[in-house]
Design a protein around this ligand. Structure first.
Ligand code: F1P
Length: 348
């Protein structure tokens, strides 16, 4: 309820999606003030591996962050669900050497994430850094460094503003730890690029979100964009209860392509570095009748026109996918603020 008036379905989610650029601005202020602590947390010992972790959306964020960090730094990095670290430590952690564990959580109170961090610390496996949105919750008290981004807080169950704000923080962390702090200057251009996207996209998102001929959605992304493809696929499930699945671009040919029908929408998170090979997959699926939506910096249905380097602009792939899921949810008479059978936090 806002001012005692019942909320319209999706009112929270709409506000959270459209306020992301402002949330990013606030997050960049927090990150700027912590740059020295972020650097110190990485430089104070040498690590055999950096592991990013979370659950659901924040596990997908961890996938995207690990790929970006390794691409920028050359340091071995991977992402695992917090439940794997907690319950399968032998297949998660290296037998020797210290680990830098980055635990990511909107709520800061998801059980698996807390248990994974507690067992990591009790086994003295290395250093813990946490990224979350609520400073008073348990996770924000566990790390050697605890970065809290309050502007990512949200009322909706399905993450949008929280995800993109925490992802922005992970992008800054990766740049600083890779010794490329000068890249942070590029991040300040993101809110303006985000505002322009959010002004331009609603029509396209509404047209696709209300296209009732569409029955299944595939999100393709590779390298640092695969984790984002996973997140957008989860949004489509959580908000609109639609069948959706993420794939690495060229993996789609190895079996899943058999599922392509005229009722399919393929969403391609295109890179520059491998654009032609990625476009080839989409062109083949278009021949099989699928509808195609391409996203990149330029010459695509969704074009950022940000002027930001490829590694620093990945957060801009998110808004169209969030709006698409949002519009489809409303068109199906659902309430994206309260997805079916879902809670904002999983407590075990
Ligand atoms: C993790 C999470 C969300 C999911 C749902 C349940 O929460 O799995 O990713 O969308 O809201 O919780 P958190 O640890 O990031 O708070």
């Amino acid at each position: 309820m806002i001012n005692d008036k019942p909320l319209k379905p999706g009112q929270y989610t709409r506000e959270e999606i459209f306020s992301q650029p402002e949330a990013w601005l606030d997050a960049l202020e927090v990150l700027k003030s912590h740059t020295a602590n972020i650097q110190a947390a990485y430089n104070e010992r040498s690590y055999a591996q950096v592991i990013f972790t979370g659950c659901g959306s924040t596990y997908y964020l961890a996938l995207a962050a690990a790929a970006l960090f390794q691409e920028l730094s050359g340091q071995a990095a991977r992402a695992l669900p917090a439940s794997e670290l907690w319950l399968y430590p032998q297949s998660s952690y290296p037998k020797s050497g210290q680990v830098l564990l980055v635990a990511i959580s909107r709520s800061g109170e998801t059980t698996e994430t807390l248990r994974a961090c507690e067992s990591f610390l009790s086994k003295k496996l290395g250093q813990l850094v946490t990224l979350s949105c609520y400073g008073e919750k348990a996770l924000a008290g566990l790390g050697r460094l605890n970065l809290v981004l309050p502007s990512g807080q949200e009322n909706s169950v399905a993450q949008t503003r929280a995800f993109s704000t925490l992802y922005l923080a992970a992008t800054a962390l990766a740049s600083i730890w890779a010794g490329q702090q000068d890249r942070l200057a590029e991040l300040v251009k993101l809110p303006k690029a985000g505002r322009r996207l959010l002004a331009d996209l609603p029509g396209l998102a509404h047209d696709l979100g209300t296209d009732r001929s569409l029955e299944r959605f595939y999100f393709l992304g590779s390298g640092p964009r695969y984790g984002l493809a996973c997140e957008l696929s989860l949004k489509m499930k959580e908000m609109s209860l639609s069948h959706s699945e993420p794939f690495h671009f060229l993996e789609f040919r190895h079996g899943p392509q058999s599922m392509t029908t005229p009722e399919t929408l393929m969403v391609g998170l295109l890179s520059e570095v491998n654009r032609q090979r990625e476009l080839a997959v989409l062109d083949e699926m278009r021949q099989r009748g699928a509808k195609i939506l391409t996203i990149s910096e330029a010459n695509t249905e969704v074009a950022f026109a940000s002027g930001i380097s490829e590694a620093m602009r990945n957060v801009l792939y998110l808004p169209i996918g969030q709006l698409l899921a949002f519009e489809r949810s409303l068109d199906r008479g659902l309430n994206p603020d309260q997805p079916h059978n879902l809670t904002a936090v999983v407590h075990l």
